[in-house]
Design a binder for this molecule. Sequence first.
Ligand SMILES: [Zn+2]
Ligand SMILES: [Zn+2]
Length: 271
Amino acid sequence: MMPGMSMYFKSFASSSGGNCLALWTDRTAILIDCGLGSMKRTRQMLTAHNAAAPPVSAVLVSHLHSDHIGYYPLRVFEQLAVPVHVHAGSVEPLRQRHFNGYGFGELALEAYADSFSVGDLSVEPIAVSHSCPTFGFVIRCRAADRWIKAVIATDFNRPDDISGHLVDADFIFIESNHDLALLKQYYNPNSRYHMPNPKTAELLARARMQSKRAPAAVMLGHLSAQRNRPKIAIAEIENHFKQQALPLDFQLLAAPQKEASETVHISGEIA
Ligand SMILES: [Zn+2]
Ligand SMILES: [Zn+2]
């Protein structure tokens, strides 16, 4: 085993009720989205995060839906002087949508368009199709002899936007929003902007086929509370891999909707 840099990941919340993901190395930590509903919940999440990881250096916002960013988390990041990275085209809409008529004089809003760095992490935004301008992220850090690559993508409905980026990823956090039978039972027109379980299964199978090695782990996220269950989403992937005679040679997890997930250790070591 080669020693080297490691990356870690934890989901603090993942559903249409609120999203907050953390990714860190030994030196740098970032959050991807923070749609927690109060300053208190945001601070509690940060306290839990700080117990196990470096303090948060930046927040990346995937899109402006209130389950991904909102007034109360922004207020906390303003107080802590944590910069919030928003796509260039979303800076003004964010002010209009989430400032609630108040000033945010001290908030450091950073506009991204292309790749940028936060500490020892390099971030590549990937445009994906959703009901508003939305971005997934390819996040890399340099290990001893190669780059470790994590891909984070929820809230999208066109697998082709992201599929090429999943190849040879060390970690994948991907939306598996709804089961088709449960969608029929509890119809929601907005589900069409999200990934159904079978499409996520196909996407992951294609990525595994095209990859030279398996990821350390895949975590399914943004599961609908009413139209999905962790067991159903995981079984969909397992069955599809079996049908395709593909090895399920990685850890497969589903993010809890309201609680923190386990910490995933994305190793930079070559086994
Ligand atoms: Zn969402
Ligand atoms: Zn959304």
